[in-house]
Design a protein. Structure first.
Length: 521
């Protein structure tokens, strides 16, 4: 437990001028999460309650919560190793889903969801018959967790003191007629990089169970104990397992019946390998949330038909979607190559005692890389980091405060920030599958949010494409039309590549063969 809590302590001390002992004391405050007995039979409220506890338990270990019977969506980071929660007599704060109690001696935060709107610390008469809306439940849980965190941490973080109701559709008062029990066919759907954001998106998928279609989970990495402070799907029993296998196991436990394939590989490698074997292979819909800007550009360069992406910072969520239209920004337009990006990679290389080219390559850590890292950080065993990403090991050192070169650190977002990003990413997918219900889905392709404040509608934008982006090249446009417009003969289909394009499928086969044999092109 100390590993992932240390990440949050480091984030908090970097955000404000307090020392680690003060931050640890703040995270040690007691919290109780309660669900109004009149609402315990309501599916939406029950889900909101369970997700809020799932998130807050990863931030405040001294948490207790009501026993409301079966809770399949309650996933505690410590798994079965923690004694059953009990009700603290005088908790530092009570997060209550329902109507505020006038006789409660402890401070309260209230959270309610009604008719597509989220109500945080606002007087409302909750509806025991609130219709089933899993995304409304999950978004309410994220904002409730953010508000409870702000109250417990006090002046250590910035946040709104007053809230107003907001719709999850347009951040204003938008409503829609939509049956969340109706099946929605997504077709083939790929999830790339099973990190904290994608964990939350998959959690939403597992709770909703309404999106049908064949799912493919792609990630090469394993679950580490430091991940448990942000990964909503995983607990201590998953540490050491491949992320894709742990995610599949959890989704099956949640009752997801979709055809589900797992690929323990980097997405780019999976794509090139699969395309080399079958040039008609396509990525129809891609849900992504990788760590690197360059990785996002690589994902976009594979020309998925539709792409949904989210990124996070210590107090920020950024959402993007595109169908690769010429006039609208693609993911490479949103995250262009910048000098600052190279500066960060140089810093990672310096910190890990590696050449810049190795870190910039995006490849996994080799045995030779691991040996050089271990020479600088003897506490890291070389064999334990082979195959991992350079950024993952860098973040591990950041979290442990062990960096020995420079002063840059990567701050891990709080769990409700990754949670909100993943849930809204899933909602973008649902909206795109039902455009007639959510016509304003096409009105924006970019949004920014800070969960410590009510969402600002003005931060939903329609970002245009960049004239200098690869998506504006005529060769790229022709290739995309061949792939997704009129089907071209197999021999004419070129293979999408990283920000450039090979001229024939044979090149993709050669590259894949070289990767399998360890040869370089």
């Amino acid at each position: 437990m100390n590993r992932w809590l240390d990440e949050h302590i480091r984030t908090l001390t970097s955000l404000c001028a307090i020392d680690p002992s003060q931050a640890r004391a703040l995270f040690g405050k007691s919290l109780h999460v309660s669900l109004d007995p009149q609402l315990r039979g309501n599916r939406t409220y029950r889900l909101a309650f369970q997700f809020a506890v799932t998130l807050l338990a990863r931030l405040f270990p001294n948490i207790s919560f009501d026993d409301i019977g079966p809770m399949p969506y309650l996933i505690l980071p410590w798994g079965d190793e923690q004694p059953e929660s009990h009700h603290a007599e005088n908790p530092g704060l009570i997060l209550l889903f329902g109507k505020a109690s006038r006789v409660c001696p402890s401070p309260q935060v209230t959270a309610n969801c009604q008719d597509w709107l989220v109500y945080i610390d606002l007087p409302i008469e909750p509806n025991p018959d609130e219709p089933w809306n899993p995304v409304l439940a999950l978004v309410t849980a994220c904002y409730a967790a953010a508000r409870a965190t702000k109250v417990l941490l006090g002046g250590a973080v910035r946040g709104a003191d007053r809230w107003k109701p907001f719709s999850i559709i347009d951040f204003r008062e938008g409503r829609a007629e939509f049956d969340w029990d109706e099946a929605i066919d997504s077709g083939p759907l790929h999830f790339a990089a099973i990190g904290a954001v994608t964990n939350a998106a998959l959690y939403a998928l597992g709770a909703h169970k309404g999106v049908t279609g064949d799912l493919t989970l792609v990630d090469h990495d394993t679950v580490e104990d430091g991940n448990l402070g942000r990964y909503a799907l995983f607990d201590n029993g998953d540490v050491g397992a491949l992320k894709v296998e742990a995610a599949e196991r959890r989704l099956r436990e949640l009752g997801l019946m979709n055809v589900l394939d797992t690929v323990p590989s980097r997405f780019e490698e999976f794509f090139d390998r699969t395309y080399a074997e079958d040039p008609t292979f396509r990525v129809h819909r891609l849900v992504s949330a990788p760590d690197r800007r360059s990785t996002r550009r690589h994902f976009q360069s594979k020309l998925p038909r539709q792409l949904y992406d989210a990124s996070t910072g210590p107090d920020q969520v950024i959402l993007h979607n595109n169908s690769f239209e010429r006039e609208r920004a693609c993911l490479a337009c949103i995250y262009p190559d910048t000098p600052e990006e190279d500066a960060h990679l140089h810093h990672v290389a310096d910190a890990l005692n590696l050449p810049f080219d190795r870190v910039a390559s995006g490849e996994a850590i080799s045995p030779q890389d691991a040996q050089r890292i271990s020479e600088r950080y003897p506490e890291i065993r070389a064999g334990e980091i082979v195959g991992k990403a350079f950024d993952s090991v860098f973040k591990q050192l950041c979290s442990a405060g062990q960096l020995r070169a420079g002063s840059q650190v990567v701050l891990a977002p709080f769990p409700f920030i990754s949670g909100l990003a993943g849930v809204l990413l899933y909602f973008e997918l649902v909206k795109s599958l039902r455009p007639q219900v959510f016509p304003d889905f096409r009105d924006h392709n970019y949004a920014q949010l800070n969960p410590f404040f009510p969402p600002n509608p003005d931060f939903r934008e329609q970002r245009p494409s960049r004239p200098d982006c690869f998506c504006q090249r005529e060769a790229t446009r022709r290739l995309f039309c061949k792939i997704w417009g009129s089907e071209a003969p197999r021999s004419e289909l070129a293979a999408p590549d990283v920000l450039g394009y090979r001229h024939a499928p044979g090149a993709a086969r050669s590259a894949a063969r070289n990767r399998r044999t360890g040869r370089r092109a």
